[in-house]
Design a protein around this ligand. Structure first.
Ligand SMILES: NC(=O)c1ccc[n+]([C@@H]2O[C@H](COP(=O)([O-])OP(=O)(O)OC[C@H]3O[C@@H](n4cnc5c(N)ncnc54)[C@H](OP(=O)(O)O)[C@@H]3O)[C@@H](O)[C@H]2O)c1
Length: 374
C-alpha cells in the first residue's frame, strides 16, 4: 500500500486517496486551528503529494473552513481533480429548528450555503453529519436520491449514526431502486474502537467504505502528551481543550495511556513515529477506505503521509489489536468464545468471502479431533 494508490469508496466508482485531508481546523481561531496561510500551505502540500480527497463541513469554523477550501481549490483550478466532501446537520440559526437536522428543508438550505462557500455547483460526497434522532430514514433517502439525480451531489454517506439506521437506509435504497449510500464516517483509532461491534460488520455486509475521523485520537496517538495525575500535558489540541465538556476530547484516560504505552513500544521496534504506526493500523483495518487526517503543520502532514509506506508484522499487529480491544459485553459475548463453540459444535466455520482461502488453513486439525471423538 502507498499514498499514491487510489481506492474506491465502498462499492462505488469514486476513486480517492487512501488518506483524506480533514479541514476542521482551517480558519479556526480558538487555539487549535490554523490561520489562512497555514491552512493554504497544508492544502497545497497535500495536493502536491498526490492527495485528491478533501473533507469539510458547513459547521466547521462557522463556514470558514468551506470558504477557505473553496478559495484554495478555485485559485489553483483544481475542482475536477479533487473529490470534495462536505456535511449537513448542525444548526445555523439558534431558535430555528429547520435550520438544522436532517429534514429535507434543512438539507436544501445547508447545501445551497455549502455550494456558495465552496464556489462549486456540485458536491462529490455529501455526508449526513450526525443522526438527528427524528428524521425518518425514508425522507433522508428520498432527499439524497433527488440530489444525486439532479446532479447537485454525486454520492452520499452517513456519519455518526446508529448502525441500525444505516442498515435500514441501505436496505430500503436497494429494495426501492434508489441511490445507495457508499460510506460511513465514524471516529476510529487505536484509542476508539467501539465501531468494531456493529458498524464494521454492517459496512462489510452493505458494501460501505469507512472513512475514520480522528485517526490519531485528536493527536493523542502522536505520543506527545505525558500523564500528569488524572490528566495529561503536552503541546497541541488536547492541551488547549483540556477542560472541554465535549467527550470527543476526553482522551486522557487510563485505558488510552495503556494503549499508548504499547503503541510507543511497537513504534520504537519499527523505527517509525507513533503517529505513523497508528495511521497504518487504522488504514489497514477491515472496510476502511480512507482515514481523514488532520494537521496543524505541513511537517505533520508530510510525516503522516509516509504512514502507508511500510507494513506492521503480524506479531506487532497482534499487540496493537489486543491493546485497545473493545470490552466483550452483551450480546456480543454470545458471538465468540465458549457460547459460540456451542453453536458451531466445536468445529471451525469460515463464512465465505471473495478473497481466496489461505493455502495453509488450520481447519483440518480441529475437524480431525472432532472425527476422532465420534
Ligand atoms: N464526522 C465527524 O463527526 C468528525 C468529527 C471530527 C473530525 N472529523 C473530520 O476528521 C478530520 C480529522 O480529525 P482530527 O483532526 O481529529 O484527526 P487526528 O488525526 O486524530 O488529529 C489531528 C491533529 O493531531 C495533531 N497531529 C497530527 N499529526 C501529528 C503528528 N505527526 N505529530 C504530532 N501531532 C500531530 C495535530 O493537532 P495539534 O498540532 O493541535 O496537536 C492535528 O491537527 C477533521 O478535520 C474532520 O474533517 C469528522
Amino acid at each position: 500500500m502507498s499514498f499514491h494508490e487510489y481506492t474506491t469508496v465502498g462499492r462505488s466508482g469514486l476513486r480517492v486517496s487512501p488518506l483524506s485531508l480533514g479541514t476542521m481546523t482551517f480558519g479556526g481561531t480558538t487555539g487549535w486551528g490554523t490561520d489562512e496561510p497555514t491552512s493554504r500551505a497544508i492544502f497545497d502540500r497535500y495536493v502536491e503529494l498526490g492527495g485528491n480527497f478533501i473533507d469539510t463541513a458547513d459547521g466547521y469554523t462557522d463556514g470558514k473552513s468551506e470558504e477557505l477550501v473553496g478559495k484554495f481549490v478555485a485559485d489553483r483550478s483544481l475542482r475536477n481533480r479533487l473529490v470534495l466532501a462536505t456535511k449537513f446537520t448542525f444548526n445555523a440559526q439558534s431558535g430555528n429548528p429547520n435550520a438544522g437536522g436532517n429534514g429535507r428543508k434543512n438539507v436544501y438550505r445547508a447545501l445551497e450555503g455549502s455550494l456558495r462557500r465552496l464556489k462549486t455547483d456540485y458536491v462529490d460526497l455529501y455526508w449526513m453529519h450526525v443522526w438527528d434522532g427524528v428524521t425518518p430514514v425514508e425522507e433522508l433517502l428520498s432527499t439524497m436520491n433527488d440530489l444525486v439525480r439532479s446532479g447537485k451531489i454525486r454520492y452520499f454517506g452517513l456519519s455518526d449514526s446508529p448502525a441500525w439506521y444505516v442498515a435500514r437506509a441501505q436496505t430500503l435504497a436497494e429494495k426501492e431502486g434508489k441511490e445507495r449510500l457508499i460510506a460511513l464516517q465514524l471516529e476510529y483509532s487505536l484509542a476508539e474502537r467501539n465501531i468494531e461491534r456493529e458498524h464494521v460488520p454492517a459496512a462489510r455486509e452493505l458494501g460501505l467504505g469507512i472513512c475514520p475521523w480522528s485517526p490519531l485520537a485528536s493527536g493523542f496517538l502522536a505520543g506527545k502528551y505525558r500523564r500528569e495525575g488524572a490528566t495529561g500535558k503536552g503541546e497541541g489540541r488536547l492541551e488547549v481543550l483540556k477542560s472541554s465538556a465535549n467527550p470527543v476530547f476526553n482522551k486522557f484516560t487510563d485505558r488510552n495511556w495503556r494503549v499508548l504505552d504499547v503503541l510507543l513500544d511497537v513504534a520504537k521496534q519499527l523505527d517509525k513515529s507513533p503517529a505513523q504506526v497508528a495511521l497504518n493500523w487504522v488504514a489497514t483495518q477491515p472496510c476502511v477506505c480512507s482515514p481523514i487526517i488532520g494537521a496543524t503543520k505541513t511537517a505533520q502532514l508530510e510525516s503522516n503521509v509516509e504512514s502507508l509506506s511500510f507494513s506492521i508484522p503480524s506479531d506487532l499487529r497482534k499487540r496493537l489489536d489486543d491493546a485497545g480491544k473493545p470490552e466483550l459485553i452483551h450480546p456480543y459475548m454470545f458471538f465468540e468464545g465458549v457460547i459460540h463453540d456451542r453453536i458451531t459444535g466445536d468445529v471451525p466455520i469460515r463464512a465465505w468471502t471473495p478473497e481466496p482461502r489461505h493455502r495453509e488453513s488450520s481447519a483440518a486439525a480441529p475437524a480431525a479431533k472432532h472425527a476422532a471423538k465420534s
